[in-house]
Design a binder for this molecule. Structure first.
Ligand code: NAI
Length: 296
């Protein structure tokens, strides 16, 4: 039955996004199995989710009991073979086409339910490139969540030339009815809707810093106070991760060959230096305790 309610979700990767996706699924009463490459990374992922649930309790968004129940619904594994019974898998590993395609090829061999939905949270990689790594491209779809996942209400649904309408309906029903997210639909072009608009803007801000046109503080202040953005482009680049912004720019440049999508040298040098933003403790700004308190 294609319309069978999704109750067993698998999330691949417990980085910033995978942890957030796992958390919102667990909070929505879904059984969640999270894959990480090693037990150490899995433990770090679990701790990340528990910290976020704690913040949910202290800000009054969830009760103590809801936190306990969500924590109970989360299991971790470092064996992808454990995903055999999953009805929906959301892949959220590093923005690298080769790594993601290998994971989809593996999943294809592992997931037994022929009606399972295989989704990627990629920010920019055309979904067809992942679909063709499987023998069931009609079951493959983009489900692009936004950071932080428990806070931002949007999911971009990306269907390919092969995605079956039943898969798209099932993914949309899960995102909206189970997770309570708003859904927008995009065609399968690198960057989809939001990043096709956002990333050139972030890259322009980095070019402004690089050329000495204005300070990072003034660039961010201009957009916060002048355009009512909740944060400026350089703080947002730090939040997304400079490595991820570079990878998104690369895949959009690869698709469109537009200079506005090409990663500026300052971004490349900062990624090479490990200054990848909040998650590493430093990017355009410095952060104490891996991003919990920024000092500017
Ligand atoms: P992250 O750096 O926090 O986490 C990366 C994850 O990939 C970790 O779980 C890591 O263990 C895993 N990983 C790295 N190399 C791997 C490999 N060779 N094999 C298997 N797993 C590997 O990154 P983040 O931000 O969570 O991004 C994950 C995905 O979500 C990317 O596709 C990214 O484009 C997308 N995304 C990111 C957003 C953001 O604001 N950072 C927003 C929306 C989507």
């Amino acid at each position: 039955m294609t319309s069978e309610k999704i109750q067993r979700v698998g999330v691949i990767g417990a980085g910033m996004m995978g942890a957030g996706i796992a958390e919102v699924c667990a909070r929505a009463h879904v059984d969640v199995l999270v894959y990480e490459q090693t037990r150490e990374l899995a433990a770090a992922g679990r701790a990340r989710i528990l910290r976020s649930l704690d913040r949910g309790v202290s800000s009054g968004k969830i009760t103590e009991r809801e936190r306990e129940q969500a924590a109970w619904r989360l299991r971790f594994t470092s064996d992808l073979g454990d995903f055999a019974d999953r009805q929906l898998v959301v892949e959220a590993v590093v923005e690298d086409e080769k790594v993601k395609a290998e994971i989809f090829a593996e999943l294809d061999k592992i997931v037994t339910d022929p009606n399972a939905v295989l989704a990627s949270n990629t920010s920019s990689i055309p979904i067809m490139k992942l679909g063709i790594a499987t023998t069931r491209p009609e079951r493959v779809i983009g489900m692009h969540f936004f950071n932080p996942v428990p806070v931002l209400p949007l999911v971009e649904l990306v269907t390919t030339l092969k995605t079956s309408p039943a898969v798209s309906q099932r993914a949309e029903a899960f995102a909206s009815e189970v997770l309570g997210k708003q859904v927008v639909r995009s065609s399968d072009r690198a960057g989809f809707i939001a990043n096709a608009l956002l990333v050139p803007y972030l890259l322009s801000a980095i070019r402004m810093v690089e050329s000495g046109f204005a300070t990072k503080e003034d660039i961010d202040k201009a957009m916060v106070l002048g355009c009512a953005h909740p944060m400026g482009p350089l703080a947002l680049t730090d939040l997304v991760g400079l490595d991820t912004v570079k990878s998104i720019a690369d895949s959009m440049y690869g698709e469109f060959k537009e200079p506005l999508y090409s990663a500026p040298p300052l971004l490349l040098r900062m990624v090479e230096a490990g200054l990848v933003g909040k998650k590493s403790g430093a990017g355009f700004y410095e952060y104490a305790d891996n991003g919990r308190a920024a000092k500017k």
